[in-house]
Design a binder for this molecule. Structure first.
Ligand SMILES: [Zn+2]
Length: 417
């Protein structure tokens, strides 16, 4: 650990444990921001703590987003630091009881609230690498919320450190804590103009040293099949059953590829997520994902061909295919600003770690923000096994992430001074 990381470790852990105990689970399908009132319990606390630390322009807006800014070297670009307060709807976040296991010795970690939930290093290769670390887990009955309260705690500890050490030359810092990343994503309500950052980073990654600058391209495709419903007693030669046509289409999907269960790394997929309807009308919803735009279009074309096949076999049916873009691979935008990645690499090296580039098989708030003109790669936080009761985080790695932020703020000041 660098001296800065060692100095920050207690503060990061203390903040993380406090934030993790606050239930901030978001909810899907709610047309409001935030989707749940309880997220504001943490947003309000963060606003108050940013004010105590002494940041400027601290505010909690009508969407539940918290903002604050820390002035720095005037010639340097303002750098955004972003993390989300909500936790996944997949696993309960009520009554989280974080457990700190000091000096991990390499064995199976048992959790007091549920003997069936254990952290076995044989199943968790990342955990195996954390010998001697202090590991934070749940009691086995909830998620931990290191996604993304580790990121929140690291940003808070880092800006507090910069404020305490006014002699350090650093770039102007803009902080934003967002809501509903797990259910909507995209930080859609982030007011870029008022935020005023030239570049930004989400602190929402995982393993020590990781920089993520590539996401999937993502679309949602809805196929609606309309048949012809009649009374089954007098249906001969009349009935066209939309349920059966939908089943045919699903059965025609590739079996040995192009699905989440058969792909990894940069391989994309088409994934039916919902089937609903009846004999008259059936709807299949797909998500389509690929890092490559051309491949992505090819996946959508495949679905259109399968829809055409249905129509060809049963001309009395009507089949409609609708594509909605969800987000685009941020790699294309970030490539045009290599300095964003170079600065992060330099900051990671300064905490004594070799940067690792990995790709995201998913999206981040940074994907949409990059598309909107704010290049925003994702950086590690030290948490792991997100959205599960086995979620854990290393105290040493969280401290390293906070120290990386402190270095990053200085790297940007040096580069432009
Ligand atoms: Zn997250």
């Amino acid at each position: 650990m660098t001296p800065v990381a060692a100095e920050l470790a207690d503060d990061v852990l203390d903040r993380f444990l406090r934030y993790a105990r606050i239930d901030t689970q978001s909810a899907a399908g709610v047309d409001a921001s935030p989707s749940t009132e309880k997220q504001l319990d943490l947003s309000r606390l963060l606003r108050d703590e940013l004010e105590e630390i002494g940041l400027e322009d601290v505010r909690l807006d009508e969407y539940g987003y918290v903002y604050g800014s820390l002035p720095g070297v005037e010639s340097a670009p303002a750098i955004g630091l972003i993390a989300h307060v909500d936790t996944s709807p997949d696993v309960t976040g009520t009554d989280v009881k974080p457990q700190v296991h000091e000096g991990y010795s390499g064995g199976v970690i048992e959790l007091p609230g549920d003997p069936s939930v254990v952290l076995d290093p044989e199943e968790l290769p990342l955990l195996k690498k954390k010998l001697g670390h202090d590991i934070v887990t749940t009691d086995g009955t909830t998620l931990l919320g290191a996604d993304d309260k580790a990121g929140v705690a690291e940003i808070m500890a880092a800006v507090a450190y910069l404020k305490r050490n006014p002699d350090l030359e650093h770039a102007p810092i803009r902080v934003s804590f967002t809501v509903d990343e797990e259910v909507a994503g995209g930080a859609e309500h982030l007011d870029l103009e008022r935020f005023g950052a030239k570049y930004a980073y989400t602190l929402d990654g995982s393993e020590l040293g990781e920089i993520e600058a590539e996401t999937f391209n993502a679309s949602k495709v809805t196929i609606t099949i309309r048949g012809r419903s009649t009374h089954p007693g007098t249906a001969k030669g009349q009935l066209v059953n939309a349920v059966k046509l939908a089943a045919d289409l699903i059965a025609a999907l590739p079996r040995d590829g192009r699905s989440p269960e058969t792909t990894e790394e940069r391989q994309g997929f088409v994934h039916p997520t919902k089937l609903s309807g009846g004999a008259e009308e059936a709807t299949i919803e797909f998500i389509v994902r690929d890092h490559d735009v051309a491949q992505m279009q090819e996946h959508v074309a495949l679905l259109r061909r399968l829809a055409d096949d249905v129509k060809e076999r049963e001309p009395r049916a009507s089949v409609e295919v609708r594509e909605e873009e969800q987000y685009r691979n941020m790699g294309e935008v970030i490539e045009q600003h290599p300095e964003v990645i170079e600065a992060a690499e330099e900051a990671i090296r300064r905490i004594g770690v070799e940067p690792v580039h990995s790709i995201i098989r998913g999206g981040t708030d940074g994907a949409r923000l990059s598309q909107r003109g704010l290049p925003t790669p994702n950086l590690f936080t030290g948490g792991s096994e997100y959205h599960s009761r086995r979620e854990w985080a290393s105290v040493q790695d969280m401290a390293a992430a906070a120290a990386m932020i402190v270095e990053l703020a200085q790297v940007w000041a040096e580069r432009t001074a």
